[in-house]
Design a protein around this ligand. Structure first.
Ligand SMILES: [Zn+2]
Length: 48
């Protein structure tokens, strides 16, 4: 089952990306480096 997730910048707290994941295959929270347009740099983004 695929669920929608938001990827939030852990630096400024802004939700920059909306994604989806397969919950059966991916139980843990997603943490990834992504570009934050608010800060104009790559920061750590976490699933919320
Ligand atoms: Zn940010």
């Amino acid at each position: 089952m695929r669920v929608k997730i938001n990827l939030k910048c852990t630096s400024c707290g802004r939700v920059n990306y909306i994604s989806s994941k397969n919950k059966a295959n991916n139980q843990e929270k997603i943490v990834t480096n992504k570009y934050c347009p608010n800060e104009r740099k790559v920061t750590v983004h976490q699933e919320v």
